[in-house]
Design a protein around this ligand. Sequence first.
Ligand SMILES: Cc1ncc(COP(=O)(O)O)c(C=O)c1O
Length: 397
Amino acid sequence: MSELISRAQELDAADQLAALRARFVLDEAVYLDGNSLGALPAAVPGRMQDVVRRQWGSLRIRSWDESGWWTAPERIGDRIAPLVGAAPGQIVVGDSTSVNVFKALVAAVRLATGSGDGREEILVDATTFPTDGYIAGSAARMTGCTLRPVAPAEVPGALSGRTAAVLLNHVDYRTGRLHDLPGLTAAVHDAGAVAVWDLCHSAGALPVGLDEHGVDLAVGCTYKYLNGGPGSPAYLYVRRDLQDRFDSPLPGWNSHAEPFGMRTDYEPAAGAPRGRVGTPDILSMLALEAALEVWDGVSIEAVRAKSLALTDFFLECVAAYVPEGTVESLTPAAHPERGSQVALRCTGAGDVMKRLIASGVVGDFRPPDVLRFGFTPLYVGFADVERAARVLAETLA
Ligand SMILES: Cc1ncc(COP(=O)(O)O)c(C=O)c1O
């Protein structure tokens, strides 16, 4: 047996989180695509049966009150809150990440320019996931701002008294690079601007510390490391002391102070509900709520420690098995700069990934030449990691 196989066995035996894998529905495949779509938590099918048959089928309209449908966006937001370092009452679940990016960024510009001090520029992460860039372009046109794409590391030098808002990705979706949220948020604040963070690739994989680092606004999806299911609703964080000034560009009846008053004038609700828009997608929302039960008793710090051990071990196995020069890691070697995925550049990456998947190792491909492997510490083990690197080497050979 190779030294790496026995090391993997030792690491799995010592892994305090190993038992959590039983909380998911998995098979023989090595699933390294939880950074795109998290695996199915075992509690979800039974819960959905109840939600559909009893809550919808039998209670029908009564479920808005009796099954807690109406308050689900805030209740589930409070369940996500500790995972991203937020106190209760600041997160609301609903809509897609794209829609929440729009709400947050326009509201950020309105917060920054509310005092009429002539701020007219939005900075956007030049390496962002595309939707954020498109929406930032539209938000800029709507608010009369100019848009400047800037690499996250260059943001401090690009900030000025003209900057209204800055939209950044916490972890780069392509390379897996983790950006300095505390440092960049502080720099944005020093310039008098408002920081909006996209947490899609960090929430559920590492501690975020939203309250601790004074983040203004944040958004994220729930179908990656939070395992909420395909298209499960996203969330919006608005720091408590900004909530009264949060002026949503999508005010709907669900964010009204008196939603059932059916008033013609708009009066925004207090607190997190102000981030709502219209009728929430209850089926997806309640699947997410069941999915979040896998976090019971799990510390995000332990998840981060295992995530780094998994990605370290993967890089070590790749270096041992794959001939030098065949793949190039785009993921930073330094722990403080690494999310929970490893991105490897190689020739013919699209075909390589197809063959990997056919051999039972599931990652994904991002054009033009990137293989992405996501490591979800709740259900990925060290033997999976060793096998993935070994199959990759066989595939490339
Ligand atoms: C970083 C990031 N932002 C935004 C999105 C878009 O999310 P949605 O399609 O749910 O609106 C994604 C999707 O993968 C993403 O990775």
